[in-house]
Design a protein around this ligand. Sequence first.
Ligand code: FAD
Length: 499
Amino acid sequence: MSGHAVVIAGGGPTGLMLAGELALAGVDVAVVERRPSQELAGSRAGGLHARTIEIFDMRGIADRFLSQGQKAQVAGFAGTQLDISDFPTRHNYGLGLWQNHIERILAGWVRELRVPIHYGSEVTGFAQDDTGVDVQLSDGRSLRADYLVGCDGGRSLIRKAAGIEFPGWEPTTSSLIAEVEMAEAPQLGVRRDALGVHAFGREEYEVRDGKVVFKDVGPIRVMVTEAHVGRTREPTLRDLSEALVTVYGTDYGIHSPTWITRFTDMTRQAAAYRDRRVLLAGDAAHVHSPVGGQGLNTGVQDAVNLGWKLARVVHRAAPESLLDSYHAERHPVAARVLRNTMAQVALMRVDDRIEALRDTVSELLGMDEPRKRFAAMMSGLDVHYDLGEGHPLLGRRMPDLDLVTASGPLRLFTLLHHARPVLLNLGEPGGVAIAPWGDRVQTIDAKYVGAWELPAIGAVAAPTGVLIRPDGYVAWVGDRTDTGLTDALTTWFGPPAAA
Ligand SMILES: Cc1cc2nc3c(=O)[nH]c(=O)nc-3n(C[C@H](O)[C@H](O)[C@H](O)COP(=O)(O)OP(=O)(O)OC[C@H]3O[C@@H](n4cnc5c(N)ncnc54)[C@H](O)[C@@H]3O)c2cc1C
């Protein structure tokens, strides 16, 4: 039986991101992925929100995604577009890029970090004891790991085998989504009727003046709401044909599907993100309607929250209790996503009264303050971990400041490329001494003369020092003194090293 410190079940976006984060922290990690390769049947998620782009930027890989996608204002709520171009971030937009490309780019990064990905292999069960987890694979082999992370999607075997409850709500709508050829050309675009929302598009498109312009050729991407909810068997071309005839009166002569799948608004969340040595992240921990495009983004951000914490525990540099902060911080974030998707699904219903309500909400979202609040939520820029009372930056994302250091200009995110914590001293050079943590936390003396502004919050007081966790969230804010710094360093990065 071979072993790794961490085994990740599932090499989708969440598993890949977690693998990268653990590898950056020097953890021996392996991914077990059921698919024979990274190829994805179907394009699935349509892109990235601003916070996820920022996270990739923190790791120095944002350009790999930006160069292949289409920048656009993608944040929206129940069909109302929310422009974030005035937000104080370098990435004040979203990125249209299909999930198969996102996964290909992430897998390339993970390969560069030399993480083994065992394709065509499935986790079939596990047994955990006090010192580790035996992970059984479909080929009869087993792997020993200190920790197992289930990034194995909404039907997660890891979650079920761990006996973790998945409470929530049954679906109220069901849609087929597919990529097919058609004998007759349908009119591309969205249609709403008594059944729901339907759409024709093409996988290849460009964004021109903020509008999606589909290419003239290529397979058609279909989304059609089904008349009945609750079908569970894999959808067929015949199911798709019937659904199209019900809505459009014709199936446009569909043939040659590359993929057909079903999605619903089933809404559930794992009651616990951890059971001793087994953890859950991404869709394994939360499922909801794709409206608003938040699933992949939330999973990637789960991975970034968990990665550095799990690495510290694996390296025995922190107690296991550090892992409890993963559930404490990420469960409320996904609970909020579940809530906003349920609200959006309700608002998208086709009914004159609901339509009146949607128009009313849309009118409200046209006002500046509600627009900013909702846009910050949908783009992931408003995530706030409860780290206690204090400066508004505490528990929020650190902005990518343009710093000036003794050796020249420096973008703050550059300091996070290796996923190491940073103490940013903006006061007197050498004014903050943290020698007992010097082996774990890099200290940077810098000047910053620009504005301090947070999305949806606005201007905040300029701090004199900031402790930034490897996930880019602020763990301590200094205001001319270093009160609380020792506590924050000890909480997140362990006790001071002996002199
Ligand atoms: C139509 C549609 C549109 C969407 N649009 C968006 C969007 O625009 N933006 C967005 O953020 N999200 C969107 N989503 C959601 C997004 O696709 C998911 O949230 C995302 O894929 C979750 O990533 P994950 O890695 O957690 O899980 P998955 O992508 O499901 O990956 C799980 C992986 O685990 C593997 N696996 C499963 N079981 C095992 C096992 N036992 N052993 C080994 N491997 C296993 C699977 O093969 C898979 O590769 C959309 C979803 C749908 C259906």
